[in-house]
Design a protein around this ligand. Structure first.
Ligand code: SF4
Length: 219
């Protein structure tokens, strides 16, 4: 196969973006939330867990806790009980409480709006910070790289990188900044609905004409 030039890849990336936008006009963050704090907590709980499961858990959790101070006041055991089914519940409960304590101490209980401040909070890495910044505040600082974005951006030939940090950096060069948050949603929606990890439905895929299917075994 002839190696694609950087310019050709950039042009193809924009076509992929266009096609995804047309395919998923209603794509959005599937973690239910009403405030930046709720999104932050839901995202911390979503590590190694499905959004569906997190939504079930947070419906109860957000009835009990509405503010960062509420999370600090909630006994650790009670928090663990509520979030148990999301997995790694002890570590997540510790992080949620430490994160909310820092919000109360350093940010008057509010969620900060910078990558630097967010990633200093317990349980918050660059991915979680990108989710919060992009979806709660409409600030595009980076691209959310979850398991779907990793898999799809490689299959689509938009990156050869294998680490989230390098994949994010490659995508940031290809995708216009004002589209970063939506691009993640679109890839995540496509990953869930069409480009499954084990059985990608290439035959019916809306991106088929734009996709080199890197690493996909043809049936
Ligand atoms: S053509 Fe196949 S590998 Fe490419 S995005 Fe579509 S389903 Fe995924």
């Amino acid at each position: 196969m002839v190696r694609e030039t950087a310019a050709a890849r950039a042009a193809r990336a924009l076509k992929v973006l266009d096609s995804l936008a047309r395919t998923y006009p209603h794509a959005h963050c599937e973690l239910e939330h009403g405030t930046p704090l709720e999104l932050l907590i839901a995202t911390i709980l979503s590590a190694q867990c499905t959004d569906k499961r997190v939504n079930i858990v947070t419906r109860e959790l957000f009835r009990v806790c509405r503010t960062a101070a509420d999370f600090v006041a909630l006994p650790q055991e009670q928090l663990e009980d509520i979030i148990r089914t999301t997995g790694f519940f002890r570590a997540k409960a510790r992080n949620v409480k430490a994160c909310c304590a820092a919000l109360v101490e350093r940010h008057r209980g509010e969620v900060p709006r910078t990558m630097d401040e967010l990633t200093k909070l317990a349980g918050v890495g660059r991915k979680t910070a990108n989710v919060v910044l992009g979806n709660a505040f409409g600030i595009n600082v980076g691209v959310v790289v979850d398991t779907h974005v990793q898999r799809l951006s490689r299959r689509l030939g938009l990156t050869r990188a294998t680490t989230p940090a390098k994949i994010e950096s490659d995508l940031m060069k290809l995708i216009p900044r004002d589209q970063w948050a939506m691009f993640s949603h679109w890839l995540i929606w496509h990953g869930r609905r069409r480009c499954d990890a084990r059985k990608p439905d290439c035959a019916h895929c809306e991106l088929a004409s734009l996709c080199p299917r890197v690493g996909v075994k043809l049936n």
